[in-house]
Design a protein around this ligand. Structure first.
Ligand code: HEC
Length: 162
């Protein structure tokens, strides 16, 4: 039996994560795990899928998001038209804040910010290929970013009833 779900969980997670960010990412589990509702263990990285994802990333994404996931150095500074340059996908960005299924959907179909240069990929890549790219991102994140991402992914998936 699972304990009742508390609405505060995600907000608490974000607040605590912000507090934890100064501490570096050397620990193997998130400090959040000590204070939040227990969830199943984080799935290990699927290295074969992450390698496939890295190949697809180099082909379809690296031109904008950088060969090492570093993004545009000025990714936080809006362009003249109000759109934003491509963000990083490593631990320094905020891709890891989003549940994996939402990232897959975003890459395939959007939504895009107004003026965005990022194309839709649903005519080019299938869902499994985009999921492999996200697995590649995951393989580069520090333990705290991965633990946070697993928590929001787990909660999102549960809220969708799947
Ligand atoms: C032509 C340039 C371009 C290409 C190619 C591109 N992107 Fe983007 N991407 C952007 C821009 C610019 C943004 C900033 C947000 C926006 O404009 O919607 C973005 C945003 C994103 C975000 C949202 C990040 C966040 O934290 O909200 C994800 C995820 C993403 N891209 C993944 C990918 C993946 C995966 C590929 C390859 C399959 C890819 N992008 C290819 C330009 C690009």
């Amino acid at each position: 039996m699972e304990p009742p779900r508390r609405k505060i969980t995600l907000f608490a997670a974000i607040t605590l994560l912000a507090a934890a960010c100064g501490g570096g990412s050397s620990s193997t589990s998130s400090p959040l795990d000590a204070v939040l509702e227990p969830i199943p263990p984080e799935p290990p990285i699927d290295t074969a899928r992450a390698e496939e994802g890295a190949r697809l990333y180099a082909q379809y994404c690296a031109a904008c998001h950088g060969p090492d996931l570093e993004g545009d150095p000025d990714w936080k500074v809006p362009n003249a038209d109000g759109s934003y340059p491509p963000p990083p996908h490593d631990s320094s960005g905020h891709t890891w804040h989003h549940p994996v299924p939402q990232l897959v959907e975003l890459v395939l179909r959007g939504p895009r910010a107004p003026g965005s240069t990022m194309p839709r990929f649903d005519g080019t890549l299938d869902e499994a290929e985009v999921a492999a790219i996200i697995e590649y991102f995951r393989s580069t994140w520090g333990p705290e970013e991965r633990a946070f991402n697993w928590r929001v992914t787990y909660e999102y998936t549960r809220s969708q009833g799947s």
